[in-house]
Design a protein around this ligand. Structure first.
Ligand SMILES: C[S@@+](CC[C@H](N)C(=O)[O-])C[C@H]1O[C@@H](n2cnc3c(N)ncnc32)[C@H](O)[C@@H]1O
Length: 346
């Protein structure tokens, strides 16, 4: 979708880097018909795509078990924090509160951190914030947040030089200035681009900064980021920038009509957020298995002794299989950063 001419049409807006364009499209207060950016609108993310949170309540159950492990490691504090970072409509924090043993739930202070407004009817125990609270003692859990932290895109030009990609509100692109400064350093360290015209990379620096800031808000406990990710040994040669609208993948057009997302260089975030204990990365499949989600089918004998229980267990096994599926949600990365406690997943 590259526009070769310099004469852009004024009605299609200005040329901007992908970071500024995405920020306005997702979180701006303008947007089509003055309705606000994609994530500020009332329908919420669930209207456009399915995260693990929407796929099954088993996910919130597993996160509740993780919170209980963190609680144990903290010595069962009088007040235990659970922060649903980038909470969407608060679905995860709601599910976690419902899944906790009553004694732990009674000590839990639940927070949802979101750009969008508090949804009507949300459990009164959940505090709705626009910024991460400081001094967290407990678990901060960020499911599919970092992929929505806007980033610049770089593309190699015909002379082999990585340049910033500029984009218009209609999605047309052209190349801008050569990548320089901290962004060039980030590329050199985390995503070096061979001098081959057309190769692209997403410059993950703002995600590293966002993650380091989230980790620094945990006084004692654990920070977890879950996202579709890649590592330095296997970066996608043309990047992963894409759009989602009404459940379908679409061209990433920064006009507020669709989600704009790119996979996360989770290894770079790990280094940025790492404290004394060091970060650990697992696949979602492994993390959920450790947290007791197996996806094993129920024994066939149950079908005759208790058919209703058999059907329920079968449905549950199907959902667990989706959450742990190779090639799907199971391949998501879990980045775990303990602060002042041992690694709670062993
Ligand atoms: C892909 S949705 C994920 C929602 C939810 N965590 C889930 O897994 O279903 C990303 C959410 O992150 C929110 N978000 C992005 N940046 C944020 C920030 N800096 N602070 C709070 N929320 C943010 C968006 O508004 C959006 O609701």
């Amino acid at each position: 979708m590259t526009d070769s001419g310099a004469g852009s049409r004024a009605d299609r807006g200005e040329w901007r880097g992908w970071r500024a364009a995405t920020r306005a499209a997702l979180y701006g207060t303008g947007g089509p018909g003055g309705r606000g950016g994609f994530y500020r609108r009332s329908e919420g993310p669930a209207g456009h795509f399915r995260t693990s949170v929407h796929a099954s309540p088993l996910f919130a159950d597993a996160v509740a078990r993780l919170l209980c492990r963190v609680d144990e490691a903290l010595g069962r504090p009088e007040e235990l924090d659970f922060v649903d970072m980038a909470a969407g409509r608060g679905e995860l924090v709601t599910g976690v509160l419902a899944a906790l043993p009553a004694e732990v739930a009674a000590r839990t202070r639940a927070y949802a951190v979101e750009v969008a407004d508090r949804p009507e009817g949300l459990d009164h125990r959940i505090e709705w914030l626009s910024e991460t609270p400081k001094g967290i003692t407990g678990l901060l859990f960020a499911n599919e947040w970092l992929d929505n932290v806007p980033v610049e895109v770089a593309e190699v030009d015909s002379a082999g030089v990585p340049r910033l990609v500029l984009v218009r509100a209609d999605g047309a692109e052209r190349l801008g200035e050569p990548v320089s400064g901290a962004e060039a350093q980030w590329l050199a360290r985390w995503w070096p681009l061979p001098a081959e015209e057309g190769l692209r990379a997403e410059i993950g620096l703002p995600r590293d900064t966002a993650w380091a800031s989230a980790v620094s808000s945990v006084a004692r406990g654990l920070a977890v980021a879950v996202d579709y990710a890649h590592t330095a040994d296997a970066r996608p040669p043309f990047g992963t920038l894409t759009g989602f609208r009404e459940g379908r993948e679409t061209a990433p057009v920064p006009d507020g009509s669709c989600d704009i997302t790119a996979h996360v260089a989770l290894d770079a975030c790990a280094e940025a957020g790492a404290g004394e204990s060091g970060a650990r990365s697992l696949t979602q499949r492994t993390a959920l298995h450790v947290l007791g989600l197996t996806g094993a089918r129920p024994p066939l004998a149950l079908a005759s002794t208790d058919p209703a229980a058999y059907v329920r267990a079968l449905a549950s096994a199907g959902e667990a299989a989706e959450l742990t599926a190779p090639g799907g949600l199971g391949d998501f990365g879990w980045l775990l950063q303990p602060v002042g406690i041992p690694h709670p997943l062993g």
